[in-house]
Design a protein around this ligand. Structure first.
Ligand code: PLP
Ligand code: COI
Length: 353
């Protein structure tokens, strides 16, 4: 292994690459990782020892707070490669901002944007061969922070580890997406942690989602916890509904993740002159809309899921399938978004970096 010093980040290179063992045409989301990772530790009130090193397991004290109290946050972003072999990120400043607001909510230290971005940029340069060109190919970036301080007293940790790992990715959902509308379980509550990208929000969904999976549904569309009458978001994406020619999506709140894809879709729709409303969407509107034909499309939007059309939904044990349509607004917006992300079209918003 060779060690070099660059911009204060220590770089320890892997002696070999694993890239030749990877079948890039058959990737299961998030199951293969690149040769290196970035890490940085928070100790004595400051971030220290930023290092890029070979991807490998590491040791932790069994009493580390993350294992007991779930102080853990993460982000999801992607890197793309254009035909000139240049590497592009999509609105990374939004992810850093959200990471730090998740940190504040979970009583964890914020990380300086410069350290996050410098670590990420150097890591991407080192593992750039893992970013494949072409629509549908990307490198999924998973920054995360965990509480490493030892001791099982139920207080915030005083030590943390920040890491970035990278995983080559294709589609998140490989087939049709069908959803169940939540009637009993909840993902988030007012005053809770729903707007933070924190581990427990996902763990809490696994059981209800596994029940949905058994019945052939990939996801749950969560409803507000108090009345279960308003549609909020799905487990890994925000949701849009097209009622006649108007797109509607729930407003962000302390129960909903403020998605980067969501806000990009809203901006693109506005620019295209597509009517868009951010307002509470009622379950009853959806049932009425499917019955009278005004509900044309439902789609999810997220970094991993990109734009995923939803084929149908179940509510109170009844399944409703959406009509086949010719001019899918979801697919038009998906094409515009992915063209911008892959630098195949002009980026009038200045989102690509
Ligand atoms: N909602 C949840 C719960 C998510 O996990 C995600 C994925 O990150 C999203 C929405 C979409 O957010 P983004 O578009 O920033 O990836
Ligand atoms: C993402 O889209 O980045 C997500 O966080 C979804 C993830 C939970 C797979």
């Amino acid at each position: 292994m060779s060690t070099t010093q660059a911009n204060k980040i220590e770089i320890i290179k892997a002696p070999n690459t694993k890239i030749n063992e990877v079948d890039f045409d058959n990737l299961n989301f998030g199951s293969v990782f690149t040769d290196h990772l970035f890490e940085c530790d928070y100790k004595d009130g400051e971030w220290q020892n930023p290092t890029i090193k070979p991807y490998a397991p590491f040791m932790m004290d069994p009493s580390s707070r993350v294992f007991h109290y779930g102080q853990a946050i993460f982000e999801g972003m992607k890197a793309y490669k254009d035909d000139n072999n240049d590497i592009w990120l999509f609105r990374p400043d939004e992810n850093v901002k959200r990471f730090n607001s998740s940190a504040v909510r979970m009583a964890m230290p914020e990380i300086p944007e410069s350290l996050f971005m410098e670590g990420l940029n150097q890591l991407l340069k080192l593992d750039e061969a893992w970013i494949k060109k072409g629509l549908g190919n990307s490198l999924y970036i998973r920054p995360f922070m965990i509480a490493t301080g030892y001791g099982v007293v139920a207080n915030p940790s005083n030590e943390y580890k920040f890491m970035i790992i990278l995983s080559p990715a294709k589609a998140y959902y490989s087939g049709e997406v069908k959803v169940i509308i939540a009637e009993h379980f909840s993902r988030a509550a007012n005053g809770g942690i729903g707007a933070a990208k924190t581990a427990g929000n996902y763990a809490g969904q696994f059981y209800p989602t596994s029940l949905a999976n058994k019945d052939g549904f990939q996801q749950i569309i969560w409803t507000d916890d108090a009345t279960h009458t308003k549609l909020e978001e799905a487990g890994t994406m925000n949701v849009f509904f097209r009622i006649n020619d108007t797109l509607v999506t729930a407003p962000t709140s302390e129960r909903i993740l403020d998605g980067v894809t969501r806000k990009s879709i809203i901006a693109m729709a506005k620019k295209e002159g597509i009517a868009i409303e951010e307002r509470p969407v009622l379950v009853s509107e959806l049932i009425e809309g499917i019955k009278n034909g005004s509900l044309k499309e439902i789609f999810g939007a997220g970094t991993a899921a990109v734009v995923s059309p939803i084929k149908g939904f179940a509510y109170k044990n009844e399944y409703f399938e959406l009509p086949e349509i010719e001019n899918s607004v979801a697919l038009q917006l998906k094409e515009k978004l992915t063209n911008i992300q892959h630098k195949l079209a002009e980026d009038p918003f200045g989102w690509t970096v």
